[in-house]
Design a protein around this ligand. Sequence first.
Ligand SMILES: [Zn+2]
Length: 580
Amino acid sequence: MKISYFLGMQNPETHYFRVRIVLEECPEEILLLTMPAWTPGSYVIRDFARNVRSLSASSNGSVLESSKKDKSTWKITTGRKSPITVEYEVYADEDVPQTSHLDFSHALINGTSVFLYPEGYKEQTLELTLEIPPEWKVSSALEKISDHRFRATNYDILVDSPIEVGKHEVLSFRVEGKDHEIAIHGKFMEDREKLVRDMTRIVEAYQKTMGQLPYRKYLFIIHLQNEGNGYGGLEHSYSTVINYDANLIADKEGYREFLGVVAHEFFHLWNVKRIRPAELVQLNYREETYTSSLWFSEGITEYYANLTLLRSGILTEEEFLKKIAESIRMYELIPGRKYYSAAEASFDAWIKLYKYSPNNINSYVSYYLKGMLIGMILSRRIVSATRGNRSLDDLMRLMMEKYRKDGRGFTGKDIIQNLREVTGTDMSETFQQLVRSRDEIDFRSELSSVGLSLEQVPADSKKVSTGIILKKPGEKFVIESLIEGTPAYSAGLNSGDEIVAVSGTRFTEAFTRKPLNRRIVTDNVLPDANGKVVYHVFRKGELMPFAVDAAYDPFFTYSLKMSEEAADNVKVMRNRLLYG
Ligand SMILES: [Zn+2]
């Protein structure tokens, strides 16, 4: 069966794509066409079929009967005619890297949310023709036949190759003879040469870590927005889409955070796209695909993002260690860590990480955060077991070599086996403890064994926090969540309460702080003579007072430093840990 897709965007301001699929020599009496329910890399059911309208089918001008089989699938009675033409429209107005978007200024096409696939023919080679406004251009990692025509070896590759269409700017650079393109949509007011230089350094650092760049060409699609969905990214085998805040990228800290996202998404081309959890090898687009390995695919990736900013000189050692120290502190502040191992947290991604609840902090821990810390601790265990001869880098290279060759995915058991090959020792107990158990990790002693000293630093403020995490929609201060066991939690404050006053004074920005990471704002208040803090809040329109004990200040921080007195052999291990 020959399959051709045509994608039109004649009226971009309506947000409707027009899709036409032509199937030649279709042998099926009943043809089933399915729209994915989720997109790989983003573990939540999105039911993309909800954006489809006006589906019809025909053959040489005569209408064929079509109806829905289930929420995502259409049934076409073909009468064994040929060719079969299926046409429909897709509404695309979600401006995030995980779905598709079309407006007057550009289009982002993520195939899972636009293209139906014929059941049983996902492995078929196919062609895509874009019908686009004359002044727009195309950037995609898809194999090009001509300017607007592309070929994909199968459906997985089609939908793993996002397409940017519009008037975007294109920058490029080469590393090791490989082409890299940066397609930027939105206002980028900063230094282009610096951006290219920094991204080159990131790619070079990874090339050194992993030994080679397993592609001919790689594309970064970057959307800069002034407001909206802030930042995020989605990984693909030969490209990535990153949304970032145009204002944030203009400041030094925000720019480095952006480079952190770049380093994260880029490493996925190895970790998750080529080193794949076994469950994600045969993709099932119809329903949830459970895996216990997202701590590895996401957490280790986040660890490498940080490590690579260090190795490429974008972060200093001090800055890198500070990030790790903050992550450890953040992790220890989350009561939910007691209820989830890293493997369990991965498995429940679909209903926890991707289903935000203000109570998640008390009932769940992110496999990004825990996985990142496991990355560092696992590497330290490898380093110690091999007296500084090996590190996590060796595990990643080994897994890349193995799974790239045979196309297999990995399981937890495989990781244990690979650890044995890298270290020559049985590390199943380490794996059990770090990944499968909910046990606390003794970061201080783990890190001290490689010459890194973790110390508690008291908060430099007389003020206290009562355990409230705030959000600020507009001018209001609203409780986002409460950390279980803190005074505010025990006093009966609730998420959603709008704080208007503290101890008789209007609540303002002055009573907040961003202790661990700039996105978290907490209360920062002075207790009265009785050691109480009185909050006035609106709850469902009613003014209510709460007297809260002010005996809690979780905002001591950690400092993580290189211990100078470390013995030479310990310094060797530390060096291996940080620089491979
Ligand atoms: Zn990721």
